[in-house]
Design a protein around this ligand. Sequence first.
Ligand SMILES: Nc1nc2c(ncn2[C@@H]2O[C@H](COP(=O)(O)OP(=O)(O)OP(=O)(O)O)[C@@H](O)[C@H]2O)c(=O)[nH]1
Length: 341
Amino acid sequence: MREHAHQVCDAQGRVCYFEGTVQEITDEYQRQRDLHASESRFRAMTELSSDWYWELDAMGRFVRLDIGSRGINPGASEEVLGKSRQQLPQIDLSASQWATYQAILDRRETFYDFEMAIQGDNNRLLWHAISGAPIFDSAGVFVGYRGIGRDVTRRRESEELIRHMAFHDVLTGLANRRLFMDRLQQALNSMARTGSYAVLMFLDLDSFKSLNDRQGHAAGDSLLQQVAQRLTGCVRSVDTVARLGGDEFTILMENVDADDQRAMRHTRTAADKVMQALANDFDLGGEAATLRYACSASLGVVILRNPLASADACMKRADAAMYQAKGNGRGGICIDADARG
Ligand SMILES: Nc1nc2c(ncn2[C@@H]2O[C@H](COP(=O)(O)OP(=O)(O)OP(=O)(O)O)[C@@H](O)[C@H]2O)c(=O)[nH]1
């Protein structure tokens, strides 16, 4: 019940009696209790969850940001109030991503899991997924947006790692066969446009098995890693170096030259450089000891002229050239310069 009362006085100001009203407010009281319970539920949710709640005004500026104790960067709330997302320098979106975001807001659409890169502390890239819905007042006028945000950095990093592992060799970090074959096919396609030849090299270490057998697998692994580094260091950054597996490496050089003679000269120089890169002894001893190892390798080289050739056929030729080099006594280069190839 709610009571209102006031005094009724006589002409001299003396209180004669009280009069007032009594109102039953059970419904209103219940509504307030419900509202309070609902607000408490919402608070508990944002407090316990790693998600956060945000609200923008009609101009897209933050008017509210509730970040629970488990949420990201709890101090961020004051920094962002009054600013739009576009005004926050830590959000790292391309121009076209910003345009997509703004178009969604302009159309007053509900959106789900719009992912944004955020520059975190120590230059760590974080990823936030935000979902939001427009808010309209009782007259149907648009007054802003509200929604939730979630840190999805772990998921993005796992996806990136899986993607990287699908296309790279775990031991050396080089491209794997799958990525290499893809690049080779792309190189053949672009040869059709540029008319410039490409060069494919196939390198196999000599007697690698006996290194493994005599010095152990760790020494073999160390050699493979160091060979990968040296090969990467002796080609241009646009060239692709791959480990196909075991002790087999391949190198793809694009846009070598469109002229036969010059292409042949460049190819010889590049092949010599690769062999030269492996000429100095490797230290396979790890931290405790020194183990000098002179590595020999056989190199098969193919000058690719025919953009219609298949990537598989090119690889077979390079493999055959490498075996030819092995057959010639190991430690040498065999160049397959078939003018039709
Ligand atoms: N340490 C190490 N060894 C590997 C790895 N993958 C394959 N191998 C070994 O690499 C060796 C490959 O040897 P082959 O190329 O067949 O033989 P090879 O002794 O080099 O002989 P030639 O090529 O004829 O000179 C095998 O003994 C494999 O067990 C790896 O990731 N790490």
